[in-house]
Design a protein around this ligand. Sequence first.
Ligand SMILES: [Zn+2]
Length: 136
Amino acid sequence: MQLVLRLSENDLIRLHNHAERSLPFEAAALLFGRVQDNEVVVSHIEIVYNIAESRTSFSIDPEAEYKLLVEAEEREEDLVGIFHSHPAPPKPSSRDLQNMRLNPVVWLISSKLTGSWVSRAYILDDNLEEVDLILT
Ligand SMILES: [Zn+2]
């Protein structure tokens, strides 16, 4: 079944601004919300710091992530997606694919290779599938 990621245009702009400010490093954020049938609905985003301070990878402080997960649980939201930005095209790297296996949520990747930010969403099931991004 084709998955759909619903995200507000405002939140996507916040993510792109965060990616812009984080250059030349990759930027990261966590997407919270609910999964309803084939729809992943994002209701809250949390900008996080890329502790790797790397141009080609990102990592999130486990303590910071834990705190955000607890807060999300209090709001009755789940972690439904992981955002990061890329110096390369917005496609998962081999390192991303390994991490997608460990974190089987939607992965939203943005890149500015062509001058403006472009975002694509993916999920790794048995295969890598592209997820339709719908702005609300
Ligand atoms: Zn990546």
